[in-house]
Design a binder for this molecule. Structure first.
Ligand SMILES: Nc1ncnc2c1ncn2[C@@H]1O[C@H](COP(=O)(O)OP(=O)(O)OP(=O)(O)O)[C@@H](O)[C@H]1O
Length: 308
């Protein structure tokens, strides 16, 4: 069964079309990722699904409830962790959690079992004000607050943005164990490397969904030969590669450029081309595409402008 059904939903702010005819479904118990850069429309979509914004058109059903007609009932059945830290900075860890429990007519004790594994990590600091917590601790507290009323569906908007690598890993481990308890989780992230941790993902850009599938099957959409290329002068390298007849696209990925080809060409031919353009310390290797390669390729096919 589907826990979330989004059917052709749109939302504009004045003349900015933040979400445009978006449709997808999330199955019960699924860990589903919404992957896209800043401004893709993820937060607007989340706000509609947790009933904080009404759509301009289209409809959506979450946990069997219509997000417009049944919005009051739905609010008690979803947990929402907003992208920006939204807890009370002047309240302590315990006071924040107690506040959210009370708002939903419950208590920390009543639902302790669901948050226990996460809460024990911050409980030693329960008298510390939220404003004085580290990024990782704030994130754990926000997750506890989103869970304290035992929601059926959990919405996490960019929970790992601005959090260190260790805390990010811990957070994804927590999501895995929540999933094992049967929760449906919709999580958004701008980090492409987190896509592989989801059961299925939707790639989003410019208010539109570009593709929905398992991370493995999304990468199969990328059919072109792909190489990672490095040389002494990166800026000149990218220009020369973009001008080459064999090039389909060329983007910077960390210290390497990812070069997608129009047609099969050997690394020796690419190297000869670069040598003829006086490049030095050339390093070329054939690679398998990742989610980010697919994302860039899908953007170029749909001609939605990429945002940095
Ligand atoms: N309240 C608002 N008024 C006007 N424009 C808005 C408002 N909120 C968002 N937008 C615009 O709508 C588009 C989608 O923004 P949204 O916040 O939904 O994207 P996002 O993928 O969540 O990105 P971010 O991580 O930056 O929040 C962007 O162009 C943004 O500038």
């Amino acid at each position: 069964m589907n826990a979330i059904i989004v059917d052709n939903i749109s939302k504009a702010y004045g003349n900015i079309q933040a979400v445009s005819n978006v449709s997808f479904e999330v199955r019960e118990g699924e860990l589903f990722g919404l992957i896209g850069p800043d401004g893709a429309g993820k937060t607007t979509l989340f706000k509609m699904l947790v009933t904080l914004l009404f759509p301009d058109q289209g409809r959506a059903v979450v946990n069997g409830k219509d997000i417009v007609k049944d919005f009051l009932q739905l609010r008690t059945q979803v947990g929402y962790m907003p992208g920006k830290f939204s807890l009370y900075q002047d309240l302590t860890i315990e006071e924040n959690l107690d506040f959210f429990a009370t708002v939903f007519g419950t208590s920390i004790q009543e639902n302790y079992d669901l948050i226990k594994d996460i809460y024990v990590q911050i409980e030693p600091f329960k008298t510390r004000r939220a404003g004085k917590l580290s990024g990782g601790m704030k994130q754990k507290l926000a997750l506890c607050c989103a869970l304290i009323h035992k929601p059926e569906v959990l919405f996490l908007d960019e929970p790992t943005t601005g959090v260190d690598a260790v805390s990010r890993k811990e957070f994804w481990d927590m999501l895995k164990s929540l999933k094992q308890r049967g929760l449906t989780i919709l999580v958004s992230t701008p980090y492409m490397d987190e896509a592989g941790l989801c059961d299925r993902i939707a790639l989003m850009q410019g208010g539109k969904i570009l593709a929905v599938d398992t991370p493995q099957d999304i990468t199969k959409l990328f059919q072109r030969p792909l190489f990672a290329v490095k040389a002494a002068e990166t800026f000149r390298l990218i220009q020369d590669l973009r001008n080459a007849s064999f090039t389909h696209s060329c983007y910077a990925f960390g210290e390497y450029l990812h070069l997608a080809l129009e047609h099969e060409t050997t690394s020796r031919d690419i190297e000869a081309y670069l040598a003829s353009h006086n490049h030095r310390q050339i390093d070329i290797k054939r690679i398998d595409p990742g989610i980010e390669d697919c994302f860039m390729d899908l953007i170029s096919q749909t001609s939605v402008p990429a945002q940095s």
